[in-house]
Ligand binder design. Structure first.
Ligand code: NAP
Length: 366
């Protein structure tokens, strides 16, 4: 008889990386509605994983209130992880895009049990068919960063394809910047994509991932951007902040064109007073990928996420977008702790992902 339990990695108490432990927990319940039960083949790590694990996640202020039942009720264990790739085992009664046996990549619901487990429940609206040109580990690296960057650039900044405009992307070498720069250059087809990076390896990487110009975020970015002398017919209309919003907002407001748009995905406390935000009639927007689902906001946006993942599969297939996986690890408790240590150091380049079939003696999620 099939076992009713599985191995998973998570925390019984939020805190240090050492709190990430393997446990034997009940397998997920039968999928309902548009849920699918998935056999996990690979996961990737993102900064949200670290923040949730540490107990410091504050994108929505009531996050820990919303997930408190995970620790208060059996199994008293919060399985971390949002990105994944795997095989559909069973579909809920309302699933229309997938069937058992399909190979998929997906984003798990941040208020439910996560992807660092042998099996996970996933909503089909947050999944796409895994394209054949990438393996499970590469596929698991993509969903969260691609969908966030797409939502930010296309829906929040409202960049029009082929516009004669420039964008500035803060932190071009990170997981987010390395996909946002490709969307800006090859999907939105902007002629000028300025990114920031500070080390030779991140500078080289961001150029490979679509940057037309790179400035150093450890030096005066206002001076460096002015020195680029962008042509008058290609104004800096857009800025995308993927690191330290409070540090970059004033300099960006200084160099962006009047009526420009700035989007940030990094929570921060800051004051716009004293900046050029009003003087230039600038628009500032946040982007948090989970906003619709988290607030049960009913519109067509959730359905579109599925379309984005299917389109990403096509972009990967035809070479429009390159997978930004830079490091592969085995999906064990120690592999996951190692990935958190690397992310914590703030020096990650592109993405790290962990596969259940990567070489190593330990069993997956043990
Ligand atoms: N709102 C959302 O829905 C959402 C979704 C995804 C991610 N996020 C957030 O986006 C942020 C970035 O995520 P990520 O995965 O791209 O991070 P990441 O991969 O960990 O970024 C690593 C890079 O950060 C750069 N960096 C370090 N200090 C910096 C600074 N002071 N200024 C600019 N860059 C700096 C480093 O580049 P150098 O070595 O070149 O300095 C490093 O290579 C995280 O805070 C994450 O939580 C939000």
């Amino acid at each position: 008889m099939a076992s009713s339990t599985m191995h998973a990695v998570g925390v019984a108490q939020y805190g240090a990386i050492a709190n990430l432990q393997s446990r034997e927990v009940p397998k997920p319940s039968k999928p309902t509605g548009r849920e699918m039960l998935v056999q996990v083949k690979a996961i990737s790590v993102n900064p949200i994983d670290m923040k949730v694990r540490a107990g410091t996640y504050d994108d929505p202020p009531d996050y820990y209130e919303r997930v408190k039942s995970l620790l208060q009720e059996p199994p008293h264990f919060h399985i971390i992880g949002y990105d994944g790739a795997g095989i559909v085992l069973e579909t809920g009664p309302d699933v229309k895009y997938f069937k058992p046996g399909n190979e998929i990549f997906y984003l798990a619901n941040p208020v439910k049990q996560g992807t660092y487990a042998e099996q996970v429940l996933v909503d089909e609206r947050h999944a796409g068919h895994k394209p054949g040109c990438v393996d499970f580990v590469q596929a698991a690296a993509m969903p969260l960063t691609y969908a966030t960057a797409y939502e930010s650039l296309v829906n929040r900044l409202e960049i029009k394809e082929g516009e004669k405009a420039a964008i500035l992307i803060i932190n071009g070498g990170g997981g987010m910047g390395s996909i946002a720069s490709q969307i800006a250059r090859y999907v939105c087809k902007l002629p000028v994509v300025i990114t920031t990076a500070s080390r030779p390896e991140t500078i080289a990487y961001t150029k490979k991932m679509g940057a037309t110009h790179v400035v150093n975020h450890r030096e005066d970015i206002v001076k460096q951007i002015r020195a680029l002398n962008l042509p008058a017919d290609t104004p800096l209309k857009y800025a995308y902040i993927t690191s330290r919003t409070e540090q970059y907002l004033f300099p960006i407001a200084e160099v962006i064109a009047p009526f420009g748009k700035i989007c940030s995905i990094v929570q921060a406390k800051f004051d716009m007073y004293g900046s050029q935000m009003m003087g230039k009639s600038l628009t500032f927007s946040w982007c948090w990928l989970a906003s619709g689902a988290y607030h049960h906001y009913v519109n067509d946006q959730e359905e579109k996420h599925h379309d984005w993942y299917e389109q990403l599969g096509q972009y990967l297939g035809d070479g429009t977008i390159k997978c930004h996986l830079m490091q592969r690890l085995k999906a064990t408790a120690e592999g996951i702790r190692e990935a958190h240590r690397i992310l914590d150091a703030g020096t990650a380049i592109g993405k790290m992902a962990l596969g259940v079939d990567e070489p190593g003696l330990e069993e997956a999620f043990c």
